[in-house]
Design a protein around this ligand. Structure first.
Ligand code: ACO
Length: 208
């Protein structure tokens, strides 16, 4: 079990055991993390396809209320890219997919967190995030990204969460600052932020 209010639909040891047994992102998998007002859950391969082809169908498949939202081209592209990454490495799908951010009380899909791979040699995991306009400025990104950071740092290989933002994305900078991120690197238009693994976080769900 992870820290604080976080609850797993299945615990991490169960997840890793099942991943080792060969269950893949093509199957329904009940990993869900709850925190505060949101649940987050990684989209399976089938759900990534549905997100691109028929968003209302995805909401229905997840058992959620319809939002009338349409994904923009950037998010549709992100769904395609994540789909191809999961196809290449289905056993690691939670690290490669978009995670749905669900407002629990409303039972509504309000955004996504994008995970871009397993921890690399430096222990870095790259994340992105988007919250639908209807739910912005209510602390949901901060809450959801904190939740995914807790999940990421429950893997002992993960030392840093990395996020790159455009320099003029003030809302994203605020989210990262709320989470204790430090500026790590800058280029003309981008800033790379990183969040360090909390010293107190007890690793859980090790593959070892
Ligand atoms: C690493 C990356 O993924 S970078 C790309 C991030 N994603 C995007 O830019 C996609 C479009 N934008 C969004 O989806 C949303 O605006 C997000 C994800 C950036 C933020 O989502 P939200 O749920 O609104 O964030 P949350 O409410 O947790 O915090 C936003 C903070 O930014 C502040 N904020 C929001 N808009 C602005 C703005 N235009 N200027 C200054 N501050 C702003 C809010 O007041 C809040 O700060 P506060 O808590 O101190 O009041």
């Amino acid at each position: 079990m992870l820290n604080g209010e976080i609850m797993l639909g299945v615990d991490l040891n169960f997840l890793h055991k099942n991943l080792r047994k060969g269950n893949t992102g093509t199957e329904v998998f009940l990993l869900k993390i709850a925190s505060g007002r949101v649940d987050i859950r990684p989209l399976t391969l089938a759900e990534l396809s549905l997100a691109g082809a028929h968003y209302a169908g995805l909401e229905q498949a997840l058992g959620l209320n319809p939002s009338g939202t349409e994904l923009d081209d950037e998010m549709l592209y992100a769904m395609q890219i994540r789909h191809s990454k999961v196809m290449q490495d289905p056993l690691n799908y939670p690290w490669l997919t978009n995670w749905a951010v669900i407002q629990r009380e409303e039972q509504r899909l309000i955004g996504f967190i994008i995970l871009k791979g397993c921890p690399n040699d430096q222990g870095e995991v790259i994340v992105g995030y988007v919250i639908h306009e209807s739910h912005r400025r209510q602390g949901y990104a901060t809450e959801a990204v904190q939740c995914i950071c807790d999940w990421i740092f429950s893997d002992p290989r993960a030392l840093w969460v990395i996020a790159d933002t455009e320099k003029d994305n003030a809302a994203s900078h605020k989210v990262l600052q709320h989470l204790g991120a430090q500026k790590h690197r800058e280029a003309d238009e981008l800033i790379w932020w990183r969040i360090a693994r909390p010293a107190a976080q007890t690793p859980a769900g090790s593959l070892a």
